[in-house]
Design a protein around this ligand. Structure first.
Ligand SMILES: [Zn+2]
Length: 148
């Protein structure tokens, strides 16, 4: 896996295509379908959108998202769900994984056992996808995008 060409090949073989959920409206439908199916009783979401200021920190404790602009009132509300723009053009599996991750945070703030249990209940292959997303993020950093 350290060989970068093998990395790209691994990803492209396993996730050959990207999704077509390319705007905020489509994203909203996608997120709401998952939310209504698995988290009906969680807090309502006022806003669901792609945000190019959302970045992903890839560390040992799990993926964290952060917003680069420090603007107190914007993300204070937990009822907004924002997805980093890098997921606009990515395999659907990775979009599903990050959406499930963010939806699970409606119920569990921390990356604890209950959090991952919830993620897995929505997406049984969650752990493998998180691992593969890390590989993809590494790939993006080292070699650039393979899906464009
Ligand atoms: Zn998280």
């Amino acid at each position: 896996m350290l060989d970068q060409k093998k990395l790209a090949q691994y990803l492209l073989t396993k996730y050959p295509t990207t999704h077509e959920i390319s705007n905020d409206k489509a994203l909203r439908c996608y997120v709401m379908a998952l939310k209504n199916q698995y988290l009906k009783k969680s807090a309502p979401l006022s806003q669901i959108k792609y945000d190019d200021k959302i970045h992903i920190i890839n560390n040992a404790l799990g993926l964290h998202t952060y917003i680069s602009r420090v603007q107190g009132n914007k993300l204070k509300s937990k009822n907004e769900l924002r997805i980093g723009s890098l997921f606009k053009k990515a395999p659907e599996a990775f979009l599903a994984m990050i959406v499930v991750h963010e939806l699970a945070h409606l119920k569990e703030k921390e990356h604890n056992k209950a959090f991952y249990k919830l993620c897995q209940s929505m997406l049984p292959e969650y752990h493998q996808l998180e691992l593969d997303l890390r590989i993809y993020l590494t790939q993006l950093e080292e070699l650039g995008d393979i899906y464009n």
